[in-house]
Design a protein around this ligand. Structure first.
Ligand SMILES: Nc1ncnc2c1ncn2[C@@H]1O[C@H](COP(=O)(O)OP(=O)(O)O)[C@@H](O)[C@H]1O
Ligand SMILES: [Mg+2]
Length: 509
C-alpha cells in the first residue's frame, strides 16, 4: 500500500510543499530514500527506524521506498523525519488516517521525541497559502507556527502522541496563541545608554540623525574616544519595529535557527544589532553556503550592522557590501538557482584614522609614515565611502568632560525624538513600500525632498565645491530630509542642508 504525508522544504527564506510517498513492497528488507535528499535527509532512515520501534509500533522489515516529490527540488535537513515516519505507518497499515489536509514538520530523536526544527514560520505560511488547514509541529515551535492565522496548529512532543491522535485514541489540544503571549516581552536591556557617553555631543547628534532616517554612519577617531561605546548604545535610541517589520525579521531568524536566542516570545520585537568580527568570512557576512543561509547583513535587516575597526575587514569582504548597501537586498547564486535575502540595515562603522590611531590627534604624536596612513585609508574604497551618509570625527574627550558630574541626556529622551521623526516618515510614506528616508529612490527624492530657495542655492554651491557625485547629492538630500523631520519641518531649509553637507567626508588631499 502507498502512504502519503505532506511536508515542506525551505529555499532561501521561502517554503515549498513537498510530498512524501512511501511504498512497502515484498523482497529483501531495504530502506531507500529518493528525490534528491542530502545526507541529513538520508540519515532520517536510522532515526525513523528506531523512533518507530520506540513508540510501540512495528518497523516493517520489507522493501521500503520513500520518494520526496517534486524530485527536482533538493531536500536538506532533518525536518523530514516526522512526515516519513507517518507515511511509513500509513503504508504499513498501522495508521488509517486521512492526512491529505495536514502538514507534518519535525526532526525525530531516537526515543521518538520531536525536536525543534528551523524555518517553521515560513513553512506554515506556505501551508496556509496552499489551503492546508492543519499542521503538526514540534511542541517547542508551536508558538512560532501559531503566528500564521487560520491554520490549526498541533504541538507534538512525541511520535507516540501523534500516533494516538491520528488514531483518535487521545487527541492533542490545538495550540492557540493568546494576545498576551504575543505581546509578552521583557523590557529590553541595552548594552549601553547614551547617558554613559561623556562629551562627544556632535557625535551623539550625528547618531541621532542616523537613527532617525536609518542612514549609514562612519565614526573615525583615536583609540579610547568612545566610538565602540556610542555604537553599542545605538539600539537604545532606535524606534520600535512595526508589526510587519517584526514579521520579516522573525522569518529570517526562524530560517537561521536563531529565533529562540533573539526573542522570548514568538516574534522578534527588538531591532537587531549585529556586530560581526572583522575575521568574519565573506559567506558569514553576506550569506551563502551550499544551502544559502542569511548572513550578518540579513540578520541585521531593519536594525543595525556594526562594523568596528572597518579597515581591518578584508577588502573583498567590504566590496561585497556595496551592492546590498544600495539595493537593500542580496542575491546569492548557486548551481541550484539563486535566492534573495532582504538586507535593509543601517550601517554603523568605526575606525581609527591610521594604524597607530593618533593621526590628527592634538595631544599625541602619530608615529605612522605618510605612506602607511595612505595605505590604511585606501583600504576603504571611494564607492564604499560614497555610500556612507554621515562621516563624523570622534576626538579624544578631555578630563573635565570625563570627570564632570553634569547631567547628560538619557537614551529614552533621544529615542522620543527619533520616534517622532520616524512617525513623520511613516505618515509621508503611507501606502508605499518605503519605511525610512534612507529607502527613497531618485523619484521619491524628487517628490518628497522639497528645498526652500536658499537651501537650493546652498546645495548647488556645495555640490560644485565638494564635487559631489550624483549618489552623494541624492544621499545629502535624503539626510537633509531627515534633519528637517527631526526639527518637525515640512520644507527643507538652508540650515538643514548645511548640517547634511557637513557630514560628507572632506576631500582627501
Ligand atoms: N566619551 C566617553 N565617555 C565616557 N566613557 C568613555 C568615553 N570614551 C571612552 N570611554 C571609556 O573608554 C572605554 C573604551 O572606549 P571605546 O568606545 O571602546 O573606545 P574606541 O572604540 O573609540 O577605541 C569605554 O568603555 C569607556 O569606559
Ligand atoms: Mg573601539
Amino acid at each position: 500500500m502507498l502512504g502519503k504525508a505532506q511536508t515542506c522544504a525551505i529555499i532561501g527564506l521561502d517554503g515549498a510543499l513537498v510530498e512524501v510517498e512511501v511504498d512497502i513492497g515484498h523482497g529483501l528488507p531495504a530502506f531507500t530514500i529518493v528525490g534528491l535528499p542530502d545526507s541529513a535527509v538520508n540519515e532520517a532512515k536510522e532515526r525513523v527506524r528506531v523512533a518507530i520501534k520506540n513508540c510501540g509500533c512495528v518497523f516493517p522489515m520489507k522493501r521500503i521506498t520513500v520518494n520526496l516529490a517534486p524530485a527536482d527540488l533538493r531536500k536538506e535537513g532533518p525536518a523530514y523525519d516526522l512526515p516519513i515516519a507517518v507515511a511509513i505507518l500509513i503504508a504499513s497499515e498501522q495508521l488509517a488516517a486521512d492526512t491529505s489536509d495536514c502538514l507534518f514538520l519535525g526532526e525525530l530523536s531516537l526515543d521518538g521525541a520531536v525536536r525543534h526544527t528551523h524555518g517553521i514560520l515560513p513553512m506554515v505560511a506556505v501551508a496556509k497559502s496552499a489551503g492546508i488547514s492543519t499542521v503538526f509541529v514540534p511542541a517547542t515551535d508551536a508558538m512560532e507556527a501559531a503566528l500564521v492565522d487560520e491554520v490549526r496548529v498541533f504541538p507534538v512532543e512525541h511520535l507516540a502522541q501523534l500516533v494516538a491522535h491520528l488514531r483518535g485514541d487521545r487527541l492533542i489540544e490545538p495550540f492557540v496563541l493568546t494576545p498576551e503571549a504575543l505581546l509578552a516581552q521583557e523590557a529590553p536591556v541595552y548594552a549601553a545608554d547614551m547617558a554613559d557617553v561623556r562629551g562627544q555631543e556632535h557625535v551623539k547628534r550625528a547618531i541621532e540623525v542616523a537613527a532617525s532616517g536609518a542612514h549609514n554612519i562612519l565614526m573615525s577617531g583615536p583609540p579610547g574616544s568612545g566610538k565602540t561605546l556610542i555604537a553599542r548604545a545605538t539600539p537604545s535610541i532606535l524606534p520600535p519595529m512595526a508589526p510587519n517589520e517584526s514579521l520579516e525579521v522573525t522569518q529570517i531568524y526562524s530560517v537561521s535557527g536563531l529565533l529562540n536566542a533573539a526573542s522570548d516570545g514568538p516574534l522578534v520585537r527588538q531591532r537587531p544589532f549585529r556586530a560581526p568580527h572583522h575575521t568574519t568570512s565573506h559567506a558569514g557576512l553576506v550569506g551563502g553556503g551550499r544551502w544559502p543561509r542569511p548572513g550578518e547583513i540579513s540578520l541585521a535587516h531593519r536594525g543595525v550592522l556594526f562594523l568596528d575597526e572597518l579597515p581591518e575587514f578584508g577588502q573583498n569582504v567590504l566590496e561585497v557590501l556595496r551592492q546590498p548597501l544600495e539595493d537593500k537586498f542580496v542575491t546569492i547564486s548557486r548551481a541550484q538557482g539563486s535566492v534573495t535575502f532582504p538586507a535593509n540595515f543601517m550601517l554603523v562603522a568605526a575606525m581609527n584614522p591610521c594604524p597607530c590611531g593618533y593621526y590628527s590627534d592634538p595631544a599625541r604624536e602619530c608615529v605612522c609614515s605618510p605612506a602607511a596612513i595612505a595605505r590604511y585609508q585606501k583600504r576603504l574604497s571611494g564607492p564604499l565611502l560614497d555610500r556612507i551618509d554621515i562621516h563624523v570625527e570622534v576626538p579624544r574627550v578631555d578630563y573635565e568632560k570625563l570627570a564632570g558630574r553634569g547631567e547628560t541626556e538619557k537614551s529614552s529622551d533621544v529615542r522620543a525624538r527619533v520616534i517622532a521623526a520616524r512617525a513623520r516618515q511613516a505618515e509621508r510614506f503611507a501606502g508605499t513600500q518605503l519605511v525610512s528616508n534612507a529607502d527613497m529612490g531618485p523619484a521619491d527624492i524628487r517628490k518628497y525632498c522639497e528645498l526652500e530657495p536658499q537651501a537650493q542655492n546652498l546645495l548647488k554651491a556645495a555640490s560644485q565645491q565638494l564635487q559631489l557625485s550624483a549618489r552623494a547629492y541624492h544621499r545629502t538630500l535624503k539626510l537633509a530630509r531627515t534633519i528637517a523631520d527631526l526639527a518637525g519641518a515640512d520644507a527643507i531649509s538652508a540650515a538643514h542642508v548645511a548640517e547634511a553637507i557637513q557630514y560628507r567626508p572632506r576631500l582627501q588631499t
